[in-house]
Design a protein around this ligand. Sequence first.
Ligand SMILES: [Zn+2]
Length: 831
Amino acid sequence: MYQVKHGRDFTFPGYEPNYPKVADYKLEHVKVEVYIYFDDRRIEGYVTLTLSALKDNLMHVDLDAKDMTILKVEKDKEELKYDYDGSRLTVHLDRPLQRGKTIDIHVSYEAKPKKGLYFVLPGDTPDVKVYQVWSQGESEENSYWIPLYDYPNNKCTSEVIAHVPKGFIAVSNGELVEKSEEGKWSVWHWKMDVPHSTYLIDLAAGDFEVVEEKMDNVKLEYYVPRGWKDYIPRSFSRTADILKFYGDYTGVPYPYTRYAQICVDEFIFGGMENTTATILTTRTLHDEIAHMDFESEYLVAHEAAHQWFGDLVTTKDWSNIWLNESFATYFEALYTRHWKGEEEFTYEMIQNFDAYLKEYSTRYSRPIVTRVFQIPIEMFDAHSYPKGAVVLHTLKNIIGEDNFKKAVKLYLERFKFNVADTEDLRKVFEEVVKKDLEWFFDQFVYNAGHPVLNVSTKWDNDSKMLTINIKQKQGDDSLDIYKFPIEVEFQYKDGKKERKTIQLSEKSQSIYVPLKEKPEFVYIDPEFKAIKVLNLEYDVETLIKLLKSEYVYYRVLAARTLPKFKSRKVVDALKDALINEKFWGAAAEMATALGKINLTEAMEALLEAEKSVKHPKVRRAIMSALGNYKEEKVAEVLAKVLADDKESYYVRTNAAISLGKTKWPKAYETLMKYIDVPSHTYTITRGVLNGLGELGTEEALQTILEYTDKKKPTYVRAGAAQALGKFPDKKTAQDKLIELLNDENLFVKLASVNSVKITMDPRYLPVLDSLANTDIFDRTRRAAKEVARYIRKNIEKGVEYKKLLEELDKMREEHRKLFDNMLKLEAKGVI
Ligand SMILES: [Zn+2]
């Protein structure tokens, strides 16, 4: 691999390269017996580790064991000497072990895990009604509850024998060997008899309900905390279809005999793909109203894809984590295509690229595969997930889908029950296409950045020649010149089309194409098959026509490009396109464009569209767009939508946020009527809090402060913490944020760090620095470090930030009025 562009702002001083862990033994089998003491949030454990020496005269074995009390280490009933420093347990063997020879080591221990295994007890938050304990092994955290080898590059079989209070259910990987009762305990014995990486070992136990079904010979199970059983079908009914689709697409059927999905409260991620036993957040469970515009399938499909990409074949180290995450993200999108069609798929890929671009423009850039990081969690970002998915999509389109499928199958078959890195993947793909692919992996995987193409066209009627000018305008953190093929389509007035593939290879390139007549449209990559930012330097007439293009990518591009042309004609075109658009994704983009255009006509257009547009995801965008117009009649519509319980929760949420932005005199009392309306994931409450933040008044602040209370649900507290960022000059807000930065709850902490970023206030630096160095949660450490650096960089303008925003806002309003007047004059023929 040839790396010339390392990116920007991803690393910090002191960061060093990480290489895969090297051990002198192989862990073959883990058998852990664990007793769960809920009320003490404590476990007792007995683990048997079967391991074989990878060298002669092995004298000691290093195990990962974090924050435990080690009681005893034995071999064949004989006690062994050991050293323990709180994270590494070094076991001294009584006699040297020769290469290839196997031993069993038994460790007795106790732990009150701070990570890795999480106790969630009734009353911890208002949402938790029943006892639960669940694990989260990735990245290196299973060693907080089991002494073992805690790194992905070792695969072993595993057994979990969980002792839980009688009547409780315990779930883990593999097959249920036995369930028995022992005194006050229910004992669940699970066995995984094919090898997997140790971070994929899991345990979820508690007062669960379960529903089971069969898919051919695979047993499907769904577990939820007691009380949620009726919600199971709405979230999980497509599970079998998803697993079958992946089996068909990859040519590798679901690799295990069972697939369980376990929903738990207060889970710290969306889901975790533990082998055969995925753990998911209960936040994916939802009622009929939420189902209008919320679906669990994206999460279910992502985690299910990991059973192949991540579990069957696992990244060798965290540097190559995209091998797990990009594939899961891309296969999730491929399932969308299978389920909902091409437009949904293309739009999901556009949104994947948007998610990466947001990280790229607001935080940092890095190569998808990089060795330089400090904590593994830093690699789980929008480069590893959505950017990697767009890169796989590009690769698929370059080599063709048949070759892509063949290569994926070969990759899965060759590395199954084993680990792989990016070079392994590249070589498999090269073997299938019989061509070198280093040029592709170097540009898009091993270097930071992405192509930015500015495109314009010119038609010469005399010579019947079309000139396409393509300039590569990417930033300094990207390669100077990208070389890759791209499709171009010419469409004529009579609807006939021609497609060509052109090779991009220069900084500034003019391509001359002789055509029989002037094409109506020139489409560069009409279907978003290649990773790139595309800036269309087309005239306004063409862009307006493109709003009704047959290609969703171009409808989206046109909607994103048009707001810079402020005219009644553009507004009318956007309005017409929005009202008639069949696909919600493109319609939402048109609504967003009308929000950006900042003309009274655009506001009127949104108000009119609001009356007829039904799709809740488009209505969400209309509500957000209306927030750019501070007019009473806008506020009244937003208030009406917020009040309407026939609207989706998420539409009402966006209406609440925008209502705050209008600063309408009645906004506070209106928002307060809905602050406690029940909704999926408390989205309306969070929307109201966000709206109160936008409103920015003293009474709004008081309410937000109340909603940070520990008696409120986690998501509500996090929403309130987020809204506090809107009050940088209020001491009460600042004091509360400092308190919340030290909260126990991960989500509250992360929201507080984000809030601090908005304020850009240097007074938070001491607490951010302390979080960055010592916080228990890896994600908080990374976020605090980044925000502290951000504030330091902006230290001069920081305190003035809010004033700057207010001034911008005022300018925007004045600008709009000015333009409105100009348009009126224009209409009267004065100018
Ligand atoms: Zn994932």
